[in-house]
Design a protein around this ligand. Structure first.
Ligand SMILES: *Cc1c(COP(=O)(O)O)cnc(C)c1O
Length: 441
């Protein structure tokens, strides 16, 4: 839930006690003492609530529904374990993500394997692990899969990733279904028929239907409804032309989230039921009866339960421009502002009720001028030793983090009802050279 108190964005279980921010009943300064900064903090109760919201609201009596968490947004053993506990499926796009899902105990049948350039090794790994569904991107991949299923004597299910040409309004780097997209195949491309025929003919591949993902961080729900109409209409044409039953339609993810108090957002409780209504009506209109409808929330599942905590180092006044608050992380733990101008909110977690006094820029410590996390934000007077926290930063931060400037990757803690689980330990300096060898020996 989002309460707007002035410029404040208080999410999930976060609350203010003695001028300080608490998340999951745990004081943020205690977390800094125990785990250091930068630190990713996940509000576990809030996350589990959202998982339940997806599972209970995206439901129909006309078809089965799968909520497949797009693990690229944020994954580790603990997170994948929570997905399993709440009955979610999981999307992976690489051998590494697949490994984590399997290590966490996910049922391989509940895994969707995505990606536009799955390597032969990855396909082999996924087949031997018994991954449930391959989402096919291109003809070469389909040939490899066909050949490997025969060689390995394995069966698998497959969906074909299509682009019905919906252009959702979002940043161009996260648009995916345009006709020149690197993902999937356009429904206007005649070659799609060779692919469908090959899928139907492949003896060890069970061709179940189509997948489409409209883009990311889309907050106008009409695009999801348009996409549903486009994919169902296409499905109906194909179903007639090839005389086949389409068993599954996967509508992808991309549901937008609120990063700042000013940005638009989707209310998931009501959106998901409206979405189901639109899907049911569209299926009726085109007389299609799939067994399964799936969606793939990534960002929308994790983002607003995640916080990034930093310590303030120096505060610098430059000749021009807003004063700079320097934090002890930056684009190495959150590359999104420098990558696609993502906007974030922040507060000083140890000065929650102090009067705001000034507009600041928040910059990191990495050696790039673009390493600015927030271009302008009103905060109380900041000084060295303050705790700066960025709420709504759970998605595509930890998962996109790097060791640039040989910054050790921050740890991840899950907090719930006063308890803390250190799900991922902060990297040590030793970890940075674990795969390296000395020149002299
Ligand atoms: C990235 C991705 C998602 C999740 O997108 P979000 O914007 O994080 O919801 C879902 N499906 C596919 C195929 C993706 O590539």
């Amino acid at each position: 839930m989002i309460e707007s108190e002035g410029t404040l964005l208080l999410l999930g279980t976060s609350e203010i006690k003695n001028n300080e921010l608490y998340i999951g009943g745990v004081s943020v300064s205690d977390l800094k003492e125990k785990f250091g900064t930068p630190l990713y903090i996940i509000d576990q109760a809030d996350l589990e609530d959202r998982m339940e919201t997806f599972v209970t609201q995206f439901k129909s009596d006309q078809f089965e529904t799968h909520i497949s968490y797009a693990s690229k947004a944020f994954t580790n053993l603990y997170m994948a374990g929570l997905c399993k506990k709440h009955g979610l499926h999981i999307d992976v796009v690489s051998g590494g993500e697949l490994f984590v899902a399997l290590e966490a105990g996910m049922d391989p049948a509940h895994i969707y394997f995505h990606g536009n350039n799955k390597t032969a090794d990855e396909i082999e790994y996924a087949l031997s692990a018994g991954v449930g569904t391959f989402v096919i991107d291109n003809i070469q991949e389909l040939r490899w899969l066909n050949q490997l299923t025969k060689e390995m004597e394995k069966q698998t299910q497959a969906l074909l990733r299509i682009n019905p040409g919906i252009e959702a309004s979002t940043h161009k780097y996260i648009q995916t279904t345009t006709n020149d997209s690197k993902f999937g195949i356009s429904t206007d491309d005649e070659k799609i028929h060779d692919m469908i025929q090959s899928l139907i003919d492949a003896p060890q591949i069970d061709f179940r239907g189509f997948h489409c993902h409209v883009g990311s961080q889309v907050t106008d729900e009409k695009y999801f409804f348009q996409e549903a109409e486009a994919i169902v209409s296409f499905t109906s044409t194909i179903s007639k032309r090839y005389d086949i039953d389409i068993k599954e339609i996967n509508l992808g993810g991309g549901f937008g989230v609120q990063h700042t108090p000013e940005s638009p957002s989707i209310d998931f409780e009501s959106f998901l039921t409206r979405y189901i209504d639109v899907i049911e009506a569209t299926l009726q209109k085109y007389k299609i009866k799939p067994e399964v409808i799936s969606i793939e929330p990534g960002r929308s599942m994790i983002n607003n339960s995640g916080y990034t905590l930093y310590s303030v180092g120096h505060v610098k006044h430059t000749l021009e421009g807003l004063p700079l608050i320097f934090v002890d992380g930056g684009m190495s733990d959150n590359p999104r502002p420098s990558l696609y101008e993502a906007e974030y909110h922040a507060y000083l977690a140890n000065k929650m009720e102090n009067q705001v006094s000034e507009n600041y820029r928040v910059a990191g410590k990495l050696c790039e001028s673009g390493d600015v996390l927030i271009q302008s934000i009103e905060l109380p007077a900041a000084e060295s030793g303050d705790l700066l926290i960025i709420p709504a930063s759970g998605a595509y931060t930890y998962s996109m983090s790097s060791n640039y400037n040989l910054m050790p990757r921050p740890g991840v803690v899950f907090v719930k009802e006063g308890q803390v689980v250190e799900a991922v330990k902060r990297q040590s300096y030793q970890d940075l050279i674990v795969n390296q060898r000395h020149y002299s020996n």
